[in-house]
Design a protein around this ligand. Structure first.
Ligand code: NCD
Length: 306
């Protein structure tokens, strides 16, 4: 049985196959409309979510399956003190596959050790968010036609942003990837990722504070929200929250074929005036997130459609 805890749980070859499957689903969704008839997906969300929970659910519904779950810890027995391991043993009796989001790093990993169904990590604290990474990779591959030889600007909360951590892990396996890490000093990419992932894989990167300095050199700009819920005090959050605001003037500095991605939700970091720029790809990214999760569910359930 397979789980998805980190993007590295898939080899580069498996990842390519999964993205190819997602592309086939996009081209011919009808072919997959009954692929999961009779199957159930449970969404166990201990932390707020719009896209990740609903896109997993939409993906299963699009495949002909059904969904059950909870969308906050308060409405589950976690509020009575139930452990993740007991919850997953229970849910294993109800569903064929589950997606779990949890504020604690490693909670989905604990779940998969006690589960008899595949577990998808739908975001664990400031650690990993592999299905967002699959979404990002499908978006980049669809828009740029490749996943190698790219300069990628990661901007915002690189310290707590789990989407950034997972995306870096996945991209360092491709040739010619260069990162520009754009953040205030306080929200720099954690040392363990710079050292264990970037340096160890000899990946070229530079750290800058000003977004304007990075813009002209980018193939992809990956914007992120300052993660309010991971700050220890309100004062630091308030100081950081509007550090970056991407607007039309800054977009003028970017190449014509650069795309802007964002895992969403956005707060103030992308001005709404950017939405009409053809390079703004964050809502297209949301759509890719459904196709890729359909492909992931099929892959983890080992269902093949000819
Ligand atoms: C991200 C998350 O939850 O980590 N959102 C998402 O899943 N699309 C990013 C965020 O919340 O800022």
């Amino acid at each position: 049985m397979r789980h998805l805890m980190s993007p590295l749980d898939l080899t580069v070859g498996e990842l390519e196959e999964l993205l190819d499957l997602a592309q086939d689903i996009e081209a011919d969704p009808g072919k997959y409309a009954h692929a999961c008839d009779g199957k159930k997906l449970a969404t166990l969300f201990y932390e707020p979510s719009t896209r990740t929970r609903l896109s997993h659910e939409a993906a299963m519904l699009n495949l002909g399956g059904s969904v059950l779950g909870f969308s906050s810890a308060d409405s589950s027995s976690a509020s009575k003190g139930e452990s993740v391991s007991d919850t997953i043993r229970t849910v294993s009796c109800y569903a064929d596959i589950c997606a779990m989001r949890h504020p604690k790093e490693g909670a989905p990993m604990v779940a998969c050790q006690h589960s008899s169904i595949p577990v998808i990590n739908a975001g664990d604290g400031g650690h990993q968010h592999p299905t967002q990474t699959l979404t990002d990779l499908l978006t980049i591959r669809s828009l740029k036609g490749r996943l190698n030889h790219l300069t990628i600007g990661l901007c915002g909360d690189l310290k707590f942003g789990r989407t950034v951590h997972s995306l870096i892990n996945a991209l360092v396996r491709y040739e010619g990837i260069r990162f520009i890490l754009i953040s205030p000093e306080e929200l720099r990419l954690p040392e363990y990722i710079r050292h264990d992932v970037l340096d160890r894989n000899s990946v070229e990167y530079e750290e800058v504070v000003r977004l304007e300095d990075a813009m002209p050199n980018l193939d992809i700009l990956y914007m992120t929200r300052v993660q309010k819920e991971r700050f220890f005090n309100e004062e630091d959050y308030v100081r950081m929250k509007d550090f970056y605001i991407l607007d039309k003037a800054k977009m003028k500095l970017a190449p014509e074929d650069m795309y802007v991605l964002h895992p969403l939700p956005r707060v103030n970091e992308i001005s709404v005036e950017v939405d009409s720029d053809p390079r703004a790809a964050y809502f297209r990214q949301v759509q890719y997130g459904v196709y890729v999760r359909m492909a992931l569910i099929l892959t983890l359930l080992d269902i093949h459609i000819d």
